[in-house]
Design a binder for this molecule. Structure first.
Ligand SMILES: [Zn+2]
Length: 343
């Protein structure tokens, strides 16, 4: 279950990590705790299976920053944390900046973050998540908390972000014809009223790709959202399941889940169509896309979604690990590296 990384290259990565160990020592305790195991890991460990526990550590570090809605201090700290994490792995973070809605103090600054693995490859796959959190827990059962409560988005925001941080560990050495872009979308839900628009980051990203086509072409996009529910259940999202260019992608991923025995991926559809960042990627950028989402958090009768109960205590490292293993195995298959599923 190892990707195709020559030993020599792996050792070089470790050598590159040495300064990062020193850097980690001066970081916040929460992040330093995450960084040290990475930096001291053996080459084999670095390329091993998706580690749900380690990913859960990232989820907790992100939530410890507090609310991370677009333009907030928590968002800035999160951007620094992700940049430091990627730097430790020898990876660069590209900021795709754009203006969000205008408020009294001008436009809200927003930025998608893009981490390119094997950047020279012309055929690429997007693994993505939104990393902003909703400004308010406006579905909280307590009406007072809907405007005044704290929303840290452990499942809705941090879970996908943490998964991308863990995936970077495993995919950073990828070579060959194909590459991966890890994309963190801003402005997915910078919404205060019914009139506010969702998906600002993914729409910006998709329009850029359409209007100023880059050298590379995206073959597929997989969105991760709300994937750490303790009672994990992943159904088809109603859009990608019906898009003829995306349905084969959905089948590949669900087939991989079946082969891995991750039975939480079920072959039924969410009763309501799930609008999410994958819509822009498909409809504007014309990329086959799908959304891996557990919309019943924790179950259809009870929901922590957009409430103050969306906290790490209501999430699970095991669930995060299951989804992560499916995605990593699928993408390795698509990249044609060891440890992947052959379609
Ligand atoms: Zn949300």
């Amino acid at each position: 279950m190892l990707p195709r990384i020559p030993n020599l290259l792996s050792r070089r990565w470790i050598a590159l990590l040495a300064p990062a160990v020193l850097a980690a020592a001066s970081m916040s305790p929460a992040h330093a705790a995450d960084a040290v195991p990475t930096a001291t890991a053996s080459p084999a460990a670095v390329t091993s299976e998706f580690d749900g526990q380690r990913a859960f550590g990232y989820l907790k570090s992100l939530c410890a920053l507090g609310p991370r809605y677009s333009g907030s201090p928590g968002m800035q700290q999160q951007q620094a944390l992700i940049a430091a994490h990627m730097q430790e792995l020898g990876l660069q973070v590209e900021r795709q900046e754009f203006d969000g809605p205008r408020g009294r103090r001008g436009a809200t600054p927003m930025a998608n973050l893009i981490v390119s693995l094997n950047p020279a490859a012309k055929e690429r796959i997007i693994l993505c998540a939104h990393y902003d959190t909703r400004p308010r827990p406006d579905r909280d059962p307590n009406p007072r908390l809907r405007t005044r409560g704290k929303f840290v988005g452990a499942n809705d925001g941090a879970s996908g972000t943490a998964a991308l941080m863990e995936l970077a560990q495993h995919l950073r050495g990828v070579g060959g014809r194909r590459g991966v872009d890890l994309v963190f979308f801003d402005g997915e839900e910078f919404v205060f009223t019914q009139r506010d628009r969702y998906f600002l980051g993914s729409e910006h990203f998709a329009r850029q790709y359409r209007d100023e086509p880059p050298q590379h072409k995206y073959a597929a996009a997989v969105l991760l959202d709300m994937i750490a529910d303790k009672r994990l259940g992943i159904k088809y999202d109603g859009f990608s399941n019906r898009w003829s260019d995306s349905r084969p992608l959905v089948d590949e991923i669900w087939d991989t889940a079946r082969k891995l025995g991750v039975w939480e991926f079920t072959r039924s559809e969410w009763p309501t169509a799930v609008s999410d960042d994958h819509l822009a990627l498909h409809n504007i950028a014309k990329i086959p896309a799908c959304d891996i989402i557990d919309f019943a958090y924790p179950d259809p009768l009870n929901s922590f979604w957009h409430t103050t109960a969306d906290v790490p205590e209501n999430c699970s490292a095991e669930s995060l690990g299951k989804v992560g293993r499916v995605v990593l195995t699928w993408v390795r298959g698509r990249l044609g590296v060891a440890g992947g599923d052959s379609p």
